[in-house]
Design a protein around this ligand. Structure first.
Ligand SMILES: CC(=O)SCCNC(=O)CCNC(=O)[C@H](O)C(C)(C)COP(=O)(O)OP(=O)(O)OC[C@H]1O[C@@H](n2cnc3c(N)ncnc32)[C@H](O)[C@@H]1OP(=O)(O)O
Ligand SMILES: CC(=O)C(=O)O
Length: 527
């Protein structure tokens, strides 16, 4: 393991993201995931600034059993004109019980004069006083030098003085912050190298992503000699976010060969990224490097044909190193190799069956011309493939005689929909009705009610998402509607697609596929 600090600030700077609101229990749960990932430090929040963060540190002492990480409390240097020992916010840092305190301090002369409205000398005294007080209280102190890069550009000497003041007072690390996120990698590298030459500080880096360079800037700082790197899981943070710590760690470990976290822990990165998304209620970003659902998903036929020979031909690294998977996407950009590899992913060996591969490929391309989209509806593709490989009969769980739906509005009441579905299932003709707050909801209820005597396994299925897109005349002479439905069995979910001139008919197709796939997935035999 290298001695480079991996410092996570998801619970403090990440929580400054618009729309993100974490309860104390959420923060404790995220901290446990971060510890599992193997980060060195977890910045838990700003005790004293709000009751939630104060409570987090109080509960953390009893409820968090950290195996790897050290908890850090974040706060600011003491108030102008006061002294650290009497400053209630500084006292709250001591009372938090955290062994590490990270202090944000001004290092930009203009900010001292205009935002802090004090003298340059007083700001240096605030740094010295607060750091030495906390050291005297037995705390390790890291200093976040706010607006360091912008400050260095306008007054290098003062920015360096701020760093020296912190180190002389006992700060272990000075993290140079690109607070406004406006830097580019060459600027960061030059400044870090100069500060290392000019001071005796151990330097850290804290980057925001306003130029889209937060990860690159963090890497540049490490290359230039920084040995402490800050970031947030999934790049959460104020404005455009912070450096995504998962990307930074993966880059440093996989590309630079630095041992930052134990290998088995890095293999949990994808799962942990998604578990934290569940807690923050911020949908995972599918194109997130390394851990995104699309990070190793291949759509182009030419890519698939080379991947068949060796996945390294179209992948920058092995997805399993970060716990992700390679996936084939099937669409009108697929070739036979894509179908073969997708078949392999689904458990079918189609190698050499050129006739079948061509037939499936032609069907996919024809359907995509009509508006279907199989890369967003894996389950509908799997049913199409299975019908070709195993035969229709294996998936004919029921026969649809007819369906209809009406929507009724009375007076001021909300409109209600009622559907009737007639099917033959398990050798019986069943007529069932269902109500819903919309026509698709009503059809879903009616269909599952009609099928439940023959297939009680369907009870646990739930329609969890429904998306509609009107496709323009490029797909034919008239506009058509594409419906994507996501169905869940409580532990996993799948997407199906329907396309028709009529929105309800398109929805019906997607619903039928969703239910059929649920039965196939559960291994239910046709009854
Ligand atoms: C770059 C960053 O992201 S740093 C982290 C920023 N995070 C947050 O601000 C979230 C938590 N903040 C809070 O809850 C509140 O702002 C508090 C409790 C810290 C302070 O609240 P208030 O006392 O009402 O002050 P307010 O927020 O209006 O202004 C901040 C004060 O801190 C001062 N200040 C700013 N930076 C520093 C610093 N590094 N050291 C000391 N004082 C500072 C400002 O000059 C201002 O002083 P003033 O009250 O004399 O004008
Ligand atoms: C400290 C911090 O969050 C910043 O300067 O961006």
């Amino acid at each position: 393991m290298t001695d480079l600090h991996v410092y996570d600030t998801t619970l403090r700077d990440g929580a400054q993201q618009e729309g993100l609101n974490l309860s104390v229990s959420d923060k404790l749960a995220i901290a446990a995931h971060l510890d599992e990932l193997g980060v060195g430090y977890i910045e838990g929040g700003w005790p004293g600034a709000n009751p939630k963060d104060t409570e987090f540190f109080a509960r953390a002492q009893h409820e968090l059993r950290l195996q790897n990480a050290t908890l850090a409390a974040f706060g600011a240097t003491r108030r102008v004109g006061g002294n650290a020992a009497d400053d209630p916010l500084v006292r709250a840092l001591v009372d938090s019980g955290a062994s590490v305190v990270t202090l944000v301090a001004k290092s930009h002369a203009g900010h001292v004069e205009r935002a802090l409205r004090t003298t340059l000398a007083e700001n240096l005294e605030m740094i010295r006083d607060t750091v030495s007080f906390l050291r005297g209280e037995g705390r390790r102190v890291f200093l976040d030098a706010e607006h360091f890069f912008d400050g260095y550009a306008v007054d290098r000497a003062y920015a360096l003085e701020a760093v020296r003041a912190a180190v002389e007072a006992g700060a272990e690390v000075v993290a140079l912050c690109d607070t406004n996120g406006g830097m580019l990698p060459n600027q960061v590298a030059d400044v870090v190298a100069d500060v290392l030459d000019a001071t005796s500080a151990r330097l850290g880096i804290h980057c925001h992503n306003d130029t889209g360079c937060a990860v690159a800037n963090s890497m540049a700082a490490v290359d230039a000699g920084a040995t402490h790197v800050q970031g947030t899981v999934n790049g959460y943070g104020e404005r455009t976010g912070n450096a995504d710590l998962l990307t930074v760690v993966s880059n440093l470990q996989i590309k630079r060969g630095l041992a930052l976290v134990e290998e088995p822990r890095l293999r949990e990165a994808t799962r942990i990224a998604h578990s934290i998304s569940e807690i923050t209620n911020v949908p995972p970003y599918s194109r997130q490097p390394y851990v995104g659902a699309s990070a190793f998903a291949h759509k182009a036929g030419l890519h698939a044909s080379a991947i068949k020979v060796d996945p390294d031909l179209y992948q920058h690294t092995d997805p399993t190193l970060v716990g992700n998977d390679m996936r084939m996407l099937v669409s009108d950009m697929a070739g036979r190799a894509s179908i073969e590899l997708k078949g392999r992913e689904l458990g079918f060996d189609l190698a050499g069956d050129t006739e079948l591969l061509t037939r499936v490929l032609t069907k996919v391309k024809d359907l995509e011309l009509r508006g279907y989209t199989f890369d967003a509806a894996d389950a509908s593709f799997e049913l199409l493939l299975r019908r070709e490989v195993v035969g229709e009969a294996a998936h004919e769980y029921f026969e649809v005689e007819s369906w209809r739906v009406i929507t009724d509005a009375r007076g001021d009441e909300n409109a209600l929909s009622e559907a009737t579905v007639k099917v033959v299932a398990g050798g019986e003709r069943v007529v069932a009705t269902g109500e819903g707050n919309g026509p698709v909801n009503a059809l879903d209820h009616a269909l599952r009610q009609a099928l439940s005597p023959a297939y009680p396994e369907l009870d646990k299925l739930e329609l969890i998402d429904f998306r509609v897109r009107i496709l323009d005349a490029a797909h034919g002479t008239d506009a058509v509607t594409r419906v994507l439905i996501e169905t869940s069995d409580g532990s996993t979910s799948w997407e199906t697609v329907g396309v028709a001139g009529n929105i309800i008919e398109a929805s019906w197709q997607a619903l039928v596929d969703g239910v059929t796939y649920g039965l196939v997935r559960a291994g239910v035999p046709v009854r």
